[in-house]
Design a binder for this molecule. Structure first.
Ligand code: DAH
Length: 344
């Protein structure tokens, strides 16, 4: 019987040696150690043994069971360890791998310039106002001292909807709208960004629709030097601290006196280049002291109040600031153009 037990042991160990998965391990356990297994089978014969033999064989049987179980346990642990390691390896995250990039949008350069302008003027205490793009002839022209048939209307060919309603040709109508809305309170101090429309043929520098930013300040003792200081501050923040300005006499019906404002050339700094046609100066906006008639139409007594106003083209500022040579680039929705501004 002892021999059979020893044989069982070596059979079991030999079989275990070749096992390499948990399922087979379980099968072997059942086969040798299970209730109906080989060991039980052999031990059934215990009854036939003598009283002296029984404990000896019992001991041998226990040793055999212990030896087989030890190997099974050891293997089981090894399998579990391997299993865990495999899972860990599969679940490992390589934190050094670059992430998947999300396509990143950006502001349109015109939006960016308008936001910059707003920041600069809000920093000087201005409020941002808006007005309608479909405008009355009255606000677009008449209230700005441009009566019907005034020759200066030719400067701004317009899209008319009816005889009295048109697409506004500039943001200046919001000057009078704002003054009227303020009902005589002062100071008036707003900038007005927005779209404007002109009956123009599109080319590198003209577009039938573009953007302006208007500014108007009305109060007591507002002087031309305030206008000049304001504009100097503005251009230095927009184009850089070394920028200078120059005012040239000009004419607008809604300002008197009127000026055109130049900045030192953005490209050559004033030395003279092709962009500034060798003059060192580049025109960027129109401005002046609010005409007494306009103050009056806005509800402010020109004997008591004075003011200045200015208006500029956003596309022009953007073209100068970013070196864009054709206004149509802003409207073509060409991503290779727009992406250059994505991180501004
Ligand atoms: N509205 C003028 C234009 O579109 C620009 C302008 C000039 C606006 C002088 C002003 C100003 O407020 O004072 O050409």
């Amino acid at each position: 019987m002892k021999e059979r037990l020893e044989a069982l042991k070596s059979d079991a160990l030999a079989e275990l040696a070749g096992v390499n998965d948990a399922q087979a391990l379980g099968d072997i356990r059942v086969k040798y150690l299970g209730k109906k297994g080989a060991l039980t089978e052999i031990l059934r014969g215990m009854g036939a043994l003598s009283a002296e033999e029984r404990p000896v064989i019992g001991q041998v049987a226990n040793d055999v069971r212990g030896a087989i179980e030890a190997v099974i346990e050891e293997k089981q642990e090894a399998f579990q360890r391997a299993e865990t390691e495999k899972r860990l390896a599969k679940e490992t995250i390589d934190v050094t791998l670059p992430g998947r990039r999300l396509p990143e949008g950006g502001l349109h350069p015109l939006t960016k310039v308008i936001q910059d302008l707003e920041d600069i003027f809000v920093g000087m205490g201005y409020q941002v106002a808006e007005g309608p793009e479909v405008e009355m002839d009255y606000y677009n022209f008449e209230a700005l001292n441009l009566p019907k048939n005034h020759p200066a209307r030719d400067m701004q060919d317009s899209f008319y909807i009816t005889e009295d309603i048109l697409m506004r040709t500039h943001t200046s109508p919001v000057q009078v709208r704002t003054m009227q809305a303020m009902q005589g309170e002062s100071p008036v101090k707003v900038i007005v960004p927005g779209k404007v429309y002109r009956r123009d043929d599109d080319d590198a520098t003209h577009s039938f629709q573009f953007h302006q930013v208007e500014g108007i300040v009305v109060g007591k003792n507002i002087r031309m030097s305030d206008l000049k200081g304001t504009l100097l501050q503005f251009v230095r923040e927009m184009f850089g601290a070394h920028t200078e300005i120059r005012l040239r006499p000009s004419f607008f019906p809604f300002t008197e006196p009127s000026v055109e404002v130049d900045v030192t050339c953005i490209k050559c700094g004033g030395a003279g280049c092709r962009l500034c046609k060798q003059t060192g100066w580049i025109e960027i906006l129109g401005a002046g002291m609010v005409h007494p008639n306009v103050l009056e139409m806005g509800g402010y007594d020109p004997k008591e109040y004075s003011g200045f106003a200015f208006g500029m083209g956003v596309e022009r500022i953007a073209m100068l600031k970013y070196g864009v040579d054709d206004i149509r680039h802003f409207y073509n929705s060409d991503l290779s153009f727009l992406k250059q501004f994505a991180r501004l």
